[in-house]
Design a protein around this ligand. Structure first.
Ligand code: SF4
Length: 94
């Protein structure tokens, strides 16, 4: 694992919210954070270890030390299927 970005130290935890319905399987999330995102047989992706919170929505809480990769995943998703919430403030950062 890499080191934490000092500017984000103490900002975590973060909640990743994944809307699998709108995922088109474009896969930049897997390129950005392969520890979290894995290609699925149906052509979409799965968020490893996530909790199912709706018909096709999933959530996972992560520490800030992993956050930058998942920010990249969320920012590069072409359909905004990935959102990231700073849990301390409720602010949506992506
Ligand atoms: S980048 Fe977005 S659309 Fe592409 S596979 Fe990941 S979640 Fe799905």
């Amino acid at each position: 694992m890499g080191t934490a970005n000092p500017s984000s130290a103490g900002d975590g935890p973060f909640k990743i919210i994944f809307d699998r319905d709108i995922c088109i399987g474009a896969l930049p999330c897997v390129a950005a954070a392969a520890e979290y995102w894995i290609r699925s047989d149906d052509g979409k992706v799965d968020l490893k270890g996530a909790t199912k919170t709706g018909e096709n929505t999933y959530e996972l809480v992560v520490d800030e030390i992993y956050n930058n990769k998942n920010i990249n995943a969320a920012e590069t998703c072409p359909v905004q299927a990935i959102k990231i919430i700073k849990m301390k403030t409720g602010e949506q950062i992506v």
